[in-house]
Design a protein around this ligand. Structure first.
Ligand code: TYD
Length: 222
């Protein structure tokens, strides 16, 4: 059967554990023989990775907030056209680390550009392609940033260097977006251990988004 793929995005503040959890989810999909790709924003393909370098360079302190929002939208557009859409057309599950909600929470709300304004430039970029489901990993910024400080693997980027107040605003922004989109966004408590978060995500995915892949799920159980 030819099923169109599923577009699943993951959102959260700094240190919410998305990267760790996405690694585990990839292994899970592999073990179930579900075709998938794992990708991230900003980045995922060459042109967008280069835009990413410009946005996140810690030396680019002069970057204007609207420039930042436009660059994220540009990286998003190219990534969508070159990587996400072809994978969905091929019937794959797309796991994407961040998408348009990041722009609404970070640029729209925390930077103060306005969620409506940021939504409108993003509508131009995404041309109606929205995720089937979004998992928002919710954690107190104090906890998230402490995790980053404790991890040697994660490089510090320009947005990490924002004041604590900014990170609290990002969280507030996500709460507003989640409240406005209850049909699409599932909030997960990311203060739990990564294993607990992964188990909760798998549970949610199996009862919802992956139902159509039930054939491959049961095939793999025996
Ligand atoms: P990254 O190193 O990928 O951070 P994380 O592991 O937390 O996802 O850096 C991405 C940064 O870009 C992160 O600080 C969030 C920010 N961002 C925005 O501000 N707006 C956006 O639209 C996107 C996609 C990311």
């Amino acid at each position: 059967m030819n099923i169109r793929g599923k577009f699943i995005t993951f959102e959260g503040g700094e240190g919410s554990g998305k990267t760790t959890v996405l690694g585990e989810l990839s292994s899970y999909l592999e073990s179930r023989s579900i075709p998938y790709i794992l990708t991230r924003e900003p980045g995922g393909i060459e042109i967008s990775e280069r835009i990413r370098d410009v946005i996140l360079d810690t030396e680019h302190t002069a970057m204007d907030a609207r420039t930042e929002a436009l660059l994220y939208a540009a990286a998003r557009r190219q990534h969508l056209v070159e990587k996400v859409k072809p994978a969905l057309d091929a019937g794959k599950v797309v796991l994407c680390d961040r998408f348009v909600d990041s722009s609404l929470a970070y640029q729209g709300y925390a930077r103060g550009l306005g969620m409506d304004e940021v939504w409108s430039i993003n509508q131009f970029a995404i041309d109606s392609l929205m995720p089937d489901v979004t998992f928002y990993l919710d954690v107190d910024p104090e906890v998230g940033l402490a995790r980053i400080a404790a991890s040697k693997e994660r490089e510090v980027n320009r947005l990490d260097l924002e004041k604590m107040e900014f990170h609290y605003k990002v969280r507030e922004g996500y709460h507003i977006i989640a409240k406005q989109n209850p049909h699409r966004i599932i909030t997960i408590d990311a203060k739990q251990t990564p294993t607990q978060v992964v188990n909760e995500l798998i549970y949610e995915m199996e009862k919802g988004i992956l139902k159509e892949f039930a054939g491959s799920l049961s095939n793999n159980i025996d």
